[in-house]
Ligand binder design. Structure first.
Ligand code: FUL
Length: 609
């Protein structure tokens, strides 16, 4: 407590001298001022206007900044519920029920890595209290299960796989524990919880995120557990100082829903207090804010605040209806279009996406989920590796009303603009607009409020020759880091698009030129997609043939990718009517530059219903 007080007094002194500088230097901007990492505590005499100005100098800690750049992170809910079919176990489950039949952590991590994910957070203990590592604190763990003869350690195997694939690793440790007898007897349970935390943070090497769930209820006998958050944080800060603490942790804020929806106005600078103790809860009440509030950073709110925090948002959502695997939800895996929407509404709205993919009872990601993840990763890299601006990487400073024009590389269509502020210089933009020069007219493509680390704006396909970004309102001169323009192809979810290479159903490429595929059984096919490779000459004219025995072939398509030279995007070809076939072959007749340009297995996806 004394420490907190001294820290606060020091803060107030720093803020007071900064304030003096602002008053003194107002109107004379050549001097770059000091920044505040993670928090600013306001002195009492400060005006609302001065608070707004100061808010522009708040920045993330290095840990928060590293985390923000991960963008795509994966949640893995795996545990007792996987085997009981429940979402919340009650803690009375028999450990013998936990028995993955073909556990393979490398399968999880390799799929996630291919799909572009940068961190995996594992439910080391969910609310049922069953620990996925052989903890000394309770017998309710993998050590009491028949899996690997009681010698197994899920946390270890997952961490080893993450290390092998260069994937960051985090742990979810549920404070609410429906198995621990001490739960509700506050000091005793806090002691147990700290021991569990210590085991996880000392036995597995580097941990980059610790996720404390907010879900909570009374312990046995109706006793309410009072958690010692301050001590939990100290344990993490001392054992894994590079780690961020999420949700009931003071580095990363829950976005406020589990549907994958960010806010249109998303301030990482907020008066919502991240630490948890009674006076803080009171202060949040006074301001009327909680992680679910729509407004977490307006001028009005800041005007009423006593302090501000860098407390950025994380969007957690499951690829399936539940957080744990249930076979009856196999047909409810989110579609590619839904996942891409979620991406635009999380990463594209100044948040990190934490997408949950629950392994099945084998202990592997289900084929449907794996395929969808790879499609998702392929789609994102296809879109965002093709920036259509030639000069969007140049940083620029913007005061209200300032704009900058950017050149499009060629006459490609676009439908997405990416904007980034340099958040190491604070989050400052309050209103912006984006226009495109179409013919001789500037047409508004989109507008918005906050930008922050990243903002994506989606609009109808168009082909401007220039892009103009105008910063209309800011809290201080904004530091713009990056502008990008992209084309995101429309996604038709009424079809399944099946990859040929690494096909989950074991399809085989039996010849490369012409590209010939054996699907091992008769399939009903609606068409195919072809994604040109910018490094290679694209196919121009082609035929597609089908066969049921691999010997007698029938042509079902003989055509050209008419505009592929000017618009080298994914081509979708639908057959006049669906075909039933076991074998299919794709013959390139000529490339766009007159050369021999065979189809490659990685470029083709088969569309089925
Ligand atoms: C919630 C929990 O109750 C769910 O089971 C899940 O773990 C989700 C991420 O958080 O609060």
């Amino acid at each position: 407590m004394t420490f907190v007080l001294i820290k606060s007094m020091r803060q107030i002194l720093i803020v007071a001298s900064l304030l003096a500088a602002i008053v003194l230097f107002d109107g004379c901007r050549q001097k770059e001022r000091a920044y505040f990492e993670k928090e600013i505590i306001f002195p009492e005499e400060i005006t609302p206007e001065q608070k707004i100005k100061l808010s522009a100098y708040l920045t993330p800690t290095p840990q928060q900044y590293a985390w923000q750049q991960l963008e795509l992170t994966a949640f893995i809910h795996f545990g007792m519920n996987t085997f009981t079919g429940r979402e919340w176990g009650d803690g009375t489950e028999d450990p013998s029920v936990f028995q993955p039949t073909d556990f393979n952590a490398e399968q999880w991590v390799s799929v996630l890595q291919k799909a572009g994910f940068n961190m995996l957070i594992l439910t080391a203990k969910h609310h049922d209290g069953f620990c996925l590592w052989p903890t000394k604190t309770t017998a309710h763990s993998v050590a009491s299960s028949p899996w690997r003869g009681g010698q197994g350690d899920i946390v270890r195997e997952v961490k080893n796989a993450c290390d092998k694939y260069n994937m960051k690793f985090g742990v979810y440790l549920s404070p609410w524990d429906r198995n621990a007898r001490s739960y509700g007897d506050s000091p005793a349970y806090n002691h147990l919880f700290i021991q569990q935390l210590t085991e996880l943070l000392t036995q597995y090497g580097r941990i980059d995120e610790v996720w404390f769930d907010g879900a909570n209820a009374e312990g046995p006998n109706g006793k309410r557990q009072i958690y010692d958050w301050e001590r939990f944080y100290q344990v993490i800060d001392s054992l894994q100082p590079q780690s961020v603490k999420a949700i009931m942790g003071n580095d990363i804020r829950w976005v406020g829903n589990e549907s994958g929806l960010g806010r249109q106005t998303e301030w990482s600078v907020t008066p919502l207090q991240p630490d948890i103790n009674e006076s803080i809860v009171e202060e949040n009440k006074r301001l009327g804010v909680s992680p679910m509030s729509e407004d977490l950073g307006s001028r009005k709110l800041i005007g009423e605040a006593k302090a501000l925090y860098w407390y950025p948002s994380e969007v957690d959502v499951s690829i399936r209806p539940g957080w744990f695997y249930h076979p009856e939800e196999d047909h409810q895996v989110k579609t590619l279009a839904q996942l891409v929407d979620i991406y635009y509404q999380s990463v594209g709205l100044n948040s990190v996406l934490l997408l949950n993919i629950p392994p099945d009872t084998r202990g592997q990601l289900h084929e449907i989920d794996s395929r969808r993840l790879i499609e998702f990763g392929d789609y994102l890299s296809y879109v965002f590796k093709n920036d259509k601006l030639s000069d969007g990487h140049n940083a620029w400073r913007a005061k209200p009303g300032d704009f900058k024009e950017f050149d499009m590389k060629d006459g490609d269509p676009i439908n997405t603009i990416l904007l980034q502020e340099d958040i190491l210089k604070g989050q400052r933009v309050e209103v912006f607009k984006v226009e495109g020069l179409i013919g001789s007219e500037w047409i508004k493509l989109g507008e918005g409020t906050t930008i922050g680390y990243k903002r994506l704006i989606k609009f109808d396909d168009c082909t401007p020759s220039k892009i103009r970004v105008t910063i209309l309102e800011t809290r201080e001169k904004a530091a713009m880091k990056r502008v990008g323009a992209y084309f995101a192809p429309a996604i038709d979810d009424s079809f399944n698009s099946m990859p040929i290479s690494n096909n989950p159903s074991g399809w085989k490429v039996i010849a490369n030129d012409p590209l010939t595929l054996d699907m091992s059984k008769t399939m009903v096919i609606e068409g195919f997609t072809y994604t040109p490779d910018p490094q290679k000459e694209s196919v121009f004219a082609y035929t597609v043939e089908i066969s049921n025995d691999g010997k007698n072939w029938k042509e079902v398509r003989n055509n050209e990718f008419a505009n592929i030279k000017n618009n080298p995007i994914k081509q979708r070809v639908m057959f006049k009517q669906q075909v039933k076939t076991r074998f299919i072959r794709f013959q390139s007749l000529v490339g766009i530059d007159g050369g021999n340009a065979p189809f490659a297995p990685t470029q083709i996806k088969i569309l089925t219903k």
